[in-house]
Design a protein around this ligand. Structure first.
Ligand code: NAP
Length: 280
């Protein structure tokens, strides 16, 4: 069994550095995938109201026999619910769907700077309510750029515990990661294997052959050694096991640098400054 390290967040709460993501997992496949992940030793699940599978995550948690306190659960505020009263209702829905009295971490999913008159500040102040009433043990943001974070810093009380952003070898995000390090905001690296895109890269393949590991394991290990939190998604049982088997080897400093040097500032997902999608 792999020993996943914990990372201490800026509010003293700890989070397993490695977990399981359920973006694009169909609702009717979610309970099985989460069950397989829990059996493989994962203790951190990343979902969102937008993914449409919070309820099935909750079902798998309830049936697992693992105590709720041993599993770190994250969910996210949907794009249609940024206004304070909508956010309060959305958070109630999330807890009800997950069948839990709290989440370990609740995030603003997207900043949506071109929506809601550019006001993600009142949304964040509503997130602070959930933190103060104890139903969100930690609160954070996702897809926030440094200029969005700077505004929260100037106008609100609580520094986000995390910023969940797209990071992988083709998008190393040096500027956002440095900003967050300076403000003690932990980085969660989403799409950590670029949804599979980086797995055929020759540099990664060469390092994987030398390490006797798969390309996915090498890339996930690279994230861990850079200190980021990761939660790859898979519905394939063999990959779910493969992805967590990364705590029995290390990469050399040169290998970490060689992978970081693959950066091309290439996103697989939308640009956070432009993304404005609201579910209809
Ligand atoms: N906050 C946000 O806006 C945001 C956006 C995107 C993602 N996320 C979070 O980050 C999580 C992970 O990101 P992601 O789902 O976009 O992409 P990802 O984890 O980088 O890649 C998932 C894809 O890679 C495949 N895969 C997984 N393990 C593999 C392996 N060992 N070998 C070969 N292929 C493998 C999966 O296929 P199979 O499933 O078919 O096995 C799936 O197609 C999400 O689930 C979600 O929790 C957050």
């Amino acid at each position: 069994m792999s020993a996943v390290p914990d990372i201490m967040l800026n509010n003293g709460q700890s989070i397993p550095q490695f977990g399981f993501g359920v973006f694009q997992v169909k609702p009717d496949e979610t309970a099985q995938a989460v069950t397989t992940a829990l059996q493989a030793g994962y203790r951190h699940i990343d979902t969102a109201e937008m993914y449409g599978n919070e309820r099935q995550v909750g079902e798998a948690l309830a049936k697992s026999g693992v105590d709720r306190s041993e599993i770190f659960v994250t969910s996210k505020l949907n794009n249609d619910s940024h206004r304070p009263d909508d956010a309060r209702r959305a958070f109630d829905r999330t807890l009800e769907a997950l069948g839990s009295e709290y989440v370990d971490l609740f995030l603003i999913h997207w900043p949506l700077p071109t929506r809601y008159d550019g006001d993600y500040v009142s949304t964040w102040k509503t997130m602070e309510e959930f933190y103060h009433d104890g139903r969100a043990r930690s609160i954070g943001v996702s897809n926030f750029q440094p200029h969005h974070l700077r505004r929260l810093h100037g106008e609100t009380e609580i520094t986000p515990a995390v910023n969940q952003i797209e990071v992988h070898p083709y998008l190393t995000q040096d500027e956002v990661r440095q900003f967050c390090a300076d403000y003690q905001i932990a980085i969660e690296a989403y799409s950590p294997i670029a949804q599979g895109l980086v797995l055929t890269d020759p540099t990664i393949d060469e390092i994987a052959r030398r390490a006797g590991k798969t390309p996915a394991q090498v890339v996930l290990r690279w994230h861990v050694e850079r200190g980021d939190i990761v939660f790859p998604k898979s519905v394939t049982p063999a990959r779910i096991s493969e992805n967590i088997e990364i705590f029995d080897f290390e990469l050399s400093g040169e290998d970490v640098e060689a992978i970081s040097a693959l950066n091309r500032n290439e996103r697989t997902g939308p640009d956070p400054d432009k993304f404005d999608w609201i579910p209809g």
